[in-house]
Design a protein around this ligand. Structure first.
Ligand SMILES: Nc1ncnc2c1ncn2[C@@H]1O[C@H](COP(=O)(O)OP(=O)(O)OP(=O)(O)O)[C@@H](O)[C@H]1O
Length: 251
């Protein structure tokens, strides 16, 4: 199974250091790991650094990549749609990126099943530019999955989705990560999603990795106070799942 680990990784824009010296234990295929932290903490920058879209000190170590799989795929936060393509064409293009142009039957059926799993088959022949923000986000998830990455970096993948779709997509991601042995790192602002779907959580703030490990151990009232400056409790909902209840902002 694939593993992703960071060894003294840093990133900066010009002279401004965003973070430095981030070292993690290996993240394993099959699991969802939440990446959390306040606005401007450096979550997107860390993803770009891991995906080698930014250079910087330290080493990103990806091991046990299977034949025919891409090591890393990054799904950005803003998924613009300037191209004059249908949804289906854009997903096919993503699948063929960096490879030959011959299309095998099994590739078409894989696209069909991803569209079906995300419940967007009805969008297949719509123009990308004519989709709503949430529909575009679902198409971007399909484009990422069809690339068959070992490590998938998803930058706030549910930010444009309604409540039902958020749950549906995160449940689907947890199940596909497990069945495909994919390591999925998801930047999230909704900490309840991290508590519910991500077995591991990493927290960055102030240019440092300040906590990482099992989500239930990492997301605590102390962390919420220190990092997010809110007074909050973590309590089970009616179905026994832990959730964050925010009582107020700290002055
Ligand atoms: N292209 C860039 N050039 C210069 N500075 C940048 C650039 N992109 C981001 N930054 C800065 O780097 C810091 C980290 O930004 P980043 O987008 O990684 O944060 P984030 O944790 O993803 O934030 P958010 O939760 O608001 O999306 C911020 O101070 C931001 O202003």
């Amino acid at each position: 199974m694939v593993t992703l680990a960071l060894d003294k990784v840093g990133a900066r824009y010009g002279r401004a250091t965003v973070f430095e010296d981030i070292t993690t234990a290996p993240m394993h295929g099959g699991e969802l790991t939440a990446l959390i932290g306040p606005n401007a903490a450096g979550k997107s920058t860390l993803f770009k650094r891991i995906a080698s879209l930014l250079s910087g000190p330290g080493t990103v170590v990806v091991e046990e990549v299977r034949e025919g799989r891409r090591p890393i795929c990054y799904m950005p936060q803003d998924t613009g749609a300037n191209a004059v393509l249908t949804v289906y064409e854009s997903i096919l293009l993503a699948a063929k990126q960096g490879g030959g142009w011959r299309v095998a039957d099994h590739e078409l059926s894989e696209i069909d099943s991803i569209l079906k799993a995300l419940r967007i088959s009805d969008l297949a022949f719509r123009d990308l530019g004519a989709l709503s923000g949430g529909q575009r986000q679902l198409v971007a998830i399909a484009q990422a999955l069809v690339r068959k990455p070992e490590v998938l970096l998803m930058d706030e993948p549910t930010s444009a989705l309604d409540l039902f779709r958020q749950i549906e997509v995160l449940e689907f991601m947890a199940s596909i990560a497990k069945s495909e042995g994919m390591a999925v790192l998801i930047a999230l602002h909704d900490l309840n999603h991290a508590l519910r779907y991500c077995s591991q959580t990493m927290v960055i703030n102030g240019g440092r990795l300040i906590a990482s490990g099992p989500t239930r151990e990492v997301i605590t009232p102390e962390l919420l106070r220190d990092v997010y400056r809110v007074d909050a409790r973590i309590e089970p909902c009616s179905q026994g799942r832990l959730q964050v209840i925010v009582d107020g902002a700290l002055g």
